[in-house]
Unconditional design. Structure first.
Length: 86
């Protein structure tokens, strides 16, 4: 029995859906902090960097990810933050 165009379109889209559902989804890449800093004045606050980016201080800690030179320079220039010795 011959299929109609509508039936062919439905079969094609079903096969495409199955193929998309079967494709592997890449796992998120975990980026660990390169450096942790301790806030010597506050337990929590929001830092506003010169580029107007907001950075949270949580539980007296600020995490600097690899490659974030702006935040690293900001924290190193301030007496209110100390690198955390692990």
């Amino acid at each position: 029995m011959a299929k109609t165009n509508a039936e062919l379109d439905t079969a094609d889209s079903s096969a495409e859906s199955i193929a998309l559902a079967a494709s592997p989804i890449p796992a998120p890449v975990a980026t660990k902090p390169a450096t942790l800093f301790t806030d010597t004045l506050y337990t929590s606050r929001t830092l506003i960097l010169p580029s107007h980016r907001a950075v949270p201080v949580v539980a007296k800690r600020v995490a600097v990810l690899d490659g974030d030179e702006e935040l690293l320079d900001y924290l190193n220039a301030s007496a209110e933050f100390q690198p955390l010795q692990e």
